[in-house]
Design a protein around this ligand. Sequence first.
Ligand code: SF4
Length: 86
Amino acid sequence: MKEPLALSTLPFACLQCGTCCTAPDIASLDKPLGVRCMHLDQQGLCAIYSERPAVCRGYRPDEICRLVAAPTLAERVAKYLRLFDL
Ligand code: SF4
């Protein structure tokens, strides 16, 4: 019998929710924890996508995106920070 796939192995499309560009601190951008990245546009897209730093290039959406889902960016960021005890 075939093993069921773990959630993290399933393809997961970016929800353009802005959480991963706001909640974590990003040293290479001098971006503090919980502060919206200056390059995140109003559509939830990266305005410097082709030139974004390596840490952003390496990021892949995963089940965390679903776990922090909420109606507003502020709520999603708060959930993310709680989830990681930040
Ligand atoms: S540089 Fe782009 S991908 Fe990286 S945090 Fe800012 S908006 Fe997000």
